[in-house]
Design a protein around this ligand. Structure first.
Ligand code: NAP
Length: 470
């Protein structure tokens, strides 16, 4: 595919292969954009921002509604692209497209809700008849940098709100998975988005990222990706708004009164979907000692029954990781834990990019597989003796994106919600649960700012205060 810069689909002298992680076949190529392309994209986006700011909200709503409709008509086409470029199963990919339909249509609705408010200036002791109100205006140009693991819906979470708020947007998709973002750009244009309202530039973050994020014409960066790259972007961005959606090593606490079969099933859906490559994957399973061995037996038997392999096969439950290097890294972390006294109960092997779903028990919280973000198909199970210790272990991390507990005790559940330091808190579900309308974002090294169209729009607009002096 070509990239979309300055109102045109263009090529570049260099290209990047897009590879199917399951069979290593090249499925397409995209241009390797350079800093000249970045400069052209920003200049075009500045012009586009004026056109976008002049579009009435109803027109922005219509464009996004049509985009959602077209996306819905093409679910199968988009799902196949996602599976081929990213490796998630075809059923997971269909789910991602359905969510993107929601994200874009919610964004369209929110375009009509950019409210200001009247400010009761007469509450000030010095008031002498002034009348005040706020208005919300677009920031201008938004740079949207997205990760590989949800190549469509996480782009939709940036592009939808940016357009709804009346901005122009420059998308820089992950190099492993650029096709979904390019296809989304196509249907936004087909739906009537002004031609300079969007740019979609492909190329490696390490070569073009700094040019993009440091440019003063960019007024807002919305980034989803690793903590390391997020911190780098914050350092070079200078004075502009940033939203950082970063990683985590989410805890799942299991108390003695939990239904073990249900928790084991939740561990699988929360820990192994998309081969564990989800920012809110269940990673640290903190299990009460009284049910520790029963839970491990049940989890092991359910994991053993998982169908792993070709992600295009309808019956496959888990596909490959995005790259063979990642499967090898995950395996190394598991081996290191085992050498230090942990036990692998199920899985533990890999071939190419496919790593077997793995259960590691007796994990010490200081082991890398527990204290760093694994981002792969293994769960690290650690025993605990009471809720105090469970909360202490859950909080013993630099991250804080999602945390979960299974318990029937309302007091324990509410203590968990109050005392665990995390952006999302799930009671009687795994930590990997999200619906696209809710506010979503982390604390500590998991980032700052919120996504979810309503909340992202707040971050992509400025508030102006107007005071009328009679
Ligand atoms: P990544 O390596 O940090 O890359 C994310 C994006 O940043 C890619 O588009 C990448 O481009 C770009 N990038 C790299 N260096 C850059 C630079 N110097 N300047 C600007 N952009 C740069 O992350 P990933 O491996 O794709 O995704 C996995 C990570 O994302 C995990 O840590 C996961 O937890 C996190 N994540 C968080 C959320 C959330 O909502 N909190 C959701 C999903 C994923 P290239 O691809 O060209 O390197």
């Amino acid at each position: 595919m070509k990239m979309y810069v300055s109102g045109k689909w263009i090529e570049s002298t260099e290209t990047i292969n897009v590879v199917n992680p399951y069979d290593s076949q090249i499925i397409d190529t995209v241009p390797k954009g350079n800093f000249h392309d970045v400069d052209k994209a920003i200049a075009s986006a500045v012009r586009g921002s004026e056109v976008m700011a002049a579009l009435p909200a109803y027109r922005r709503f219509e464009i996004l509604r049509k985009t959602a409709d077209l996306l819905e008509e093409r679910i199968e086409e988009f799902a196949k692209i996602i599976t081929q470029e990213e490796g998630k199963t075809i059923n997971e990919a269909r789910g991602e497209v359905q969510r993107a339909v929601q994200t874009i249509s919610l964004s369209g609705e929110e375009a009509k809700r950019l409210y200001g408010e009247t400010i009761p200036l007469d509450g000030a002791p010095t008031w002498s008849g002034q009348f005040g109100f706020t208005i919300r205006i677009p920031v201008g140009v938004v740079a949207a940098i997205s990760p590989f693991n949800f190549p469509l819906n996480l782009v939709a979470h940036k592009v939808g709100p940016a357009i709804a708020a009346g901005n122009s947007v420059i998308v820089k998709p992950a190099t492993d998975t650029p096709l979904s973002a390019l296809k989304l750009t196509e249907i936004l244009l087909e739906s009537g988005l002004p031609e300079e309202g969007i740019q979609c530039i492909t190329g490696t973050g390490s070569s073009i990222g700094d040019n993009l994020v440091s440019d003063k014409r960019i007024r807002k960066i919305t980034f989803t990706g690793s903590q390391e790259v997020g911190e780098h972007i914050c350092k070079v961005a200078g004075l502009k708004k940033v939203t950082m959606e970063l990683g985590s090593n989410s805890p799942l606490i299991i108390m003695p009164d939990a239904d073990i079969e249900k928790v084991a099933a939740a561990t699988i859906s929360s820990g192994f979907s998309n081969a564990g490559q989800v920012c809110i994957s269940a990673q640290r399973i903190i299990t009460h000692e009284s049910i520790y061995s029963d839970y491990l037996d049940e989890l092991s038997s359910q994991v053993n029954a998982m169908n792993v392999g070709d992600p295009l096969n309808e019956s496959t439950l888990m596909g490959p990781m995005v790259r063979a290097e990642d499967a090898s890294r995950v395996n190394e972390w598991i081996q290191t834990a085992v050498e230090s006294g942990a036990r692998t109960l199920v899985g533990g092997g890999f071939s190419g990019a496919v790593h077997q779903p793995t259960v590691v028990a007796d994990v010490d919280p200081d082991m890398k597989i527990s204290c760093e973000e694994l981002f792969g198909p293994a769960v690290a199970v650690t025993p605990c003796s009471n809720i105090d210790q469970a909360i202490e272990l859950a909080n013993d991390t630099n991250f804080g994106l999602s945390a979960a507990i299974f318990t029937q005790d309302i007091d324990v559940a509410m203590r968990f919600a109050k005392d665990v330091h995390s952006g999302n808190l799930m009671i009687n579900s795994g930590p990997q649960w999200r619906t696209d309308l809710m506010p979503y974002g982390g604390v500590k090294d998991s980032g700052m700012g919120k996504e979810g169209p309503k909340y992202a729009i707040e971050e992509m607009t400025e508030l102006k205060m107007v005071v009328y002096h009679p």
